[in-house]
Design a protein around this ligand. Structure first.
Ligand code: ZN
Length: 105
């Protein structure tokens, strides 16, 4: 039997909530080692999932963003060379560099 921590009512083994007061039952308390290993496994799975997430989605977005900065910079270089004016290039390079720094690329 499982005794409720809140009201003391006895509930069946495996019950998740107390039948008397609906308090969440600590059903794993009888086997702490098992509960611990299960928690660890869940955490590990979540960590792996997070790694996968950052490794694909944001990693790809970051690559595209870096590429966009590079293209902008390259376009700036071409325009500057064509115009024979190099000062806009410094402004552009500064802006792109700042943007990249802010975005932590
Ligand atoms: Zn209870």
């Amino acid at each position: 039997m499982l005794r409720c921590n809140k009201c003391g009512a006895e509930n069946e083994d495996g019950a998740r909530f107390c039948l008397s007061c609906a308090h969440k039952l600590q059903s794993r308390i009888t086997d702490p080692q098992d509960a611990d290993s299960e928690t660890r496994q869940t955490k590990k799975d979540k960590r792996l999932l997070d790694l996968f997430d950052t490794g694909t989605r944001s990693g790809h977005g970051r690559y595209v963003e870096a590429l966009a900065y590079a293209v902008t910079l390259a376009a700036g270089v071409i325009v500057s060379v064509l115009l024979g004016e190099y000062w806009p290039l410094y402004v552009l390079a500064g802006m792109v560099g700042l943007a990249a720094w802010v975005r932590r690329i």
